[in-house]
Design a protein around this ligand. Structure first.
Ligand SMILES: Cc1cc2nc3c(=O)[nH]c(=O)nc-3n(C[C@H](O)[C@H](O)[C@H](O)COP(=O)(O)OP(=O)(O)OC[C@H]3O[C@@H](n4cnc5c(N)ncnc54)[C@H](O)[C@@H]3O)c2cc1C
Length: 278
């Protein structure tokens, strides 16, 4: 499916942002490969849009959403998951296979592609700790299998050794553990602390070494501070909420204001976790 002038506010959890010139959802990997072979435009891979802000002027290229690459199987204890599988589904699948250790993923609203790109994490666990290898595709539609060692992994940061490749799937291995976390309890803990259900991108900033971004923002008295319709959450200071009609520009101005205030109060630079495009 190929659309034009697609509002990215429909696809990003902040419910703001400009239009994508082209918007493509391949039905199969072959479809994707064929499309890429013939594509000349800049590419933006989209997961669930839960950590993404496209500036109001839009994205002059093609946004590709891999929802249909959603195969999920297990062979010899290796889970094979397409980039379009949601983390909630993966977490439930692991539970159904009596494999422990993926419970934390149920709290992260993303898919495999986005979690690979971001090294998503929660409750002390990170996605790449489960990754054995990944499947990638390059800008001309060639497919590769890459070992986890071909990526440098850090906190919310993934640096591939090969450039211009996108994730199309992952082979995952869970370390044997008897300990199973209670998913309901994890979700409750998250709901108690975070403004779940309101338009946001989760944590806007990474935690600086030895600090909590939320604490620095709260101690700067910024809870509830708004620019336009974008406001710092009263519940969790590292969340920005779109109160209804926030533009991407409102959100970005608020991000900059928070960074400047924290810098002048604590001499600490807050680095964004949210990816800003356009
Ligand atoms: C309420 C809420 C709570 C959240 N809590 C957490 C949390 O606890 N922990 C956490 O880590 N994150 C959290 N997040 C942020 C977000 O869910 C994660 O970063 C998630 O991994 C993003 O996945 P996504 O599929 O939505 O990716 P997107 O937001 O769509 O994309 C994020 C980045 O990944 C790139 N990307 C996406 N797919 C691919 C692909 N196939 N190949 C290459 N690059 C790709 C995009 O281009 C973009 O740069 C939260 C967000 C919300 C809204």
């Amino acid at each position: 499916m190929l659309n034009h002038n697609e509002p990215m506010s429909k696809h990003c959890s902040l419910r703001a942002g400009g239009e994508a010139q082209d918007f493509f959802i391949p039905n199969t990997l072959n479809d994707l490969s064929h499309f890429l072979k013939n594509n000349q435009k800049p590419i933006l891979m989209l997961g669930l849009g839960s950590n993404l802000l496209v500036r109001d002027k839009g994205f002059a290229g093609v946004v590709i959403k891999l929802t249909q690459l959603n195969q999920l199987t297990i062979v010899n204890n290796i889970i094979q998951a397409g980039a379009g599988v949601t983390l909630a589904k993966l977490s439930r699948f692991c539970q159904s296979q009596e494999l422990n250790g993926a419970e934390f993923l149920s709290a992260i609203p993303g898919n495999i592609g986005g979690a690979l790109a971001m090294n998503a994490g929660a409750f002390g666990s990170e996605f790449w700790s489960m990754v054995d290898s990944v499947a990638t595709i390059n800008t001309v539609g060639e497919v590769f299998k890459r070992d986890a060692t071909e990526f440098d992994i850090a906190y919310r940061q993934v640096t591939p050794h090969h450039q211009n490749e996108y994730f199309i799937g992952a082979n995952l291995r869970l370390a044997p553990t008897d300990k199973q976390q209670n998913i309901k309890a994890l979700l409750k803990k998250r709901n108690d602390l975070q403004p779940i259900g309101l338009p946001s991108c989760g944590s806007v900033f990474k935690n600086p070494p030895n600090h909590h971004a939320a604490k620095l923002i709260q101690e700067s008295n910024l809870k509830g501070f708004c620019i336009g319709n974008a406001c710092v959450s009263d519940k969790h200071a590292n969340f920005i909420i779109n109160q209804g009609k926030a533009t991407a520009s409102d959100i970005e101005h608020l991000i900059k204001h928070i960074q400047q205030t924290v810098k002048s109060n604590f001499n600490i630079d807050l680095e964004t976790e949210v990816i800003i495009i356009g």
